[in-house]
Design a protein around this ligand. Structure first.
Ligand code: SF4
Ligand code: SF4
Length: 143
């Protein structure tokens, strides 16, 4: 390349802002509605299992459902999660029991640590709807 062509190009780039960011030394702000990491708000969960059923990566596991003790355990296997947010879409509660936060730096050299971090054991099973009360039989008219 001739110097006459190269120099203006060089000078132009010397005073331009870099096109890349200095990650991980500078943190990036994630966009609104960014699909980061799924998390549960146990107080809202009705343990319907829709998130577990619809997760394409089989990353959600609900176990130890105990209605008598009103207890359940949910594991979100973040080592399998593909961050698609299907679990949030499938969650029927309003507001949603399953949500996505903005975290994306989950890498670890031990995948089991990711799983362990997302265990929930809470006493929040909603009581089943009570059967409608049967009205008392009408009193027999006295003779
Ligand atoms: S974000 Fe997608 S892959 Fe991850 S737990 Fe939810 S449904 Fe499964
Ligand atoms: S998080 Fe939502 S979809 Fe999953 S079990 Fe709870 S209520 Fe159902």
């Amino acid at each position: 390349m001739k110097l006459a062509v190269f120099l203006p190009e060089l000078l132009r780039h010397l005073f331009k802002k870099p096109a890349t960011v200095d990650y991980p030394f500078k943190k990036l702000a994630v966009p609104v509605n960014f699909r980061g990491t799924p998390y549960l708000n146990p107080e809202r969960c009705i343990v319907c299992r829709a998130c577990e059923r619809d997760c394409p990566a089989e990353a959600i596991e609900i176990s130890s459902v105990n209605e008598a003790e009103k207890r359940f355990k949910m594991i979100i296997h973040n080592d399998r999660c593909v961050h698609c947010a299907q679990c949030v879409d499938s969650c029927p509660t309003t507001p949603k029991a399953m949500l996505m936060d903005s975290l994306f730096e989950l890498a670890d050299d031990d995948r089991h640590k990711l799983k362990k971090d997302w265990v929930y054991v809470r006493a929040v099973l909603k009581p089943k709807a009570a059967a409608p009360a049967t009205p008392p039989p009408a009193a027999e008219p006295k003779a």
